[in-house]
Design a protein around this ligand. Structure first.
Ligand code: SME
Length: 169
């Protein structure tokens, strides 16, 4: 796999560690946010960066929070199409994260009782809420085909991505 830095330079991941990849991706996410453009195009570009940049990220997407109706609505994403375009608070991992207003790391989705499956290939999931001040504006949802795919480095990284994305929500 290769990632491309903002100025077109190719970086081969075998030569750099996970941390360096995440730092580079975060810098590219910040550049995307800083660039003027339609919000959903910017969000889609960020999904693409994360999906292409990290092997274990097999579905990357945003859900927008509709606080008055207590539902999540599917926003830009990269990965297999999902039928979960509207998720009530409390349902599935995304709905639970919205209800609790906190990040949820699920090492094994088969152990979650009311899990909303996007694809039978998905084995673990991470949901990171995105706050604008105290308002929860959206969630960043990552699915992986690998069991127990997420760790502290993902949590720190996705927290930083959420902080950057909050600027355009
Ligand atoms: N698995 C999520 C639903 C969203 S799809 O993964 C894209 C859930 O349980 O909330």
């Amino acid at each position: 796999m290769e990632i491309t830095s903002g100025d077109g330079q190719k970086i081969v991941d075998r030569e750099i560690d996970d941390r360096t990849i995440r730092e580079e991706l975060l810098s590219q996410v910040r550049k995307c946010v800083a660039r003027a453009g339609p919000r959903d195009e910017v969000l889609k570009a960020i999904c693409r960066l994360l999906y292409d940049g990290i092997d274990r990220y097999d579905w990357v997407g945003f859900y927008f929070v509709d606080a008055s109706r207590k539902v999540l609505r599917l926003g830009p994403y990269v990965g297999a199409p999902t039928r979960h375009v509207k998720i009530p608070f409390g349902q599935g991992v995304c709905g639970l994260a919205a209800q609790k207003r906190q990040a949820l790391m699920v090492p094994d989705v088969f152990k979650v009782v009311n899990y909303l499956s996007c694809s039978p290939r998905v084995k673990s999931e991470f949901v990171m809420p995105i706050f604008v001040g105290s308002r929860m504006a959206a969630e960043l949802d990552i699915d992986s085909h690998t069991l127990d795919a997420f760790g502290k480095s993902d949590k720190d990284f996705l927290e930083a991505v959420a902080g950057a994305v909050a600027e355009i929500l």
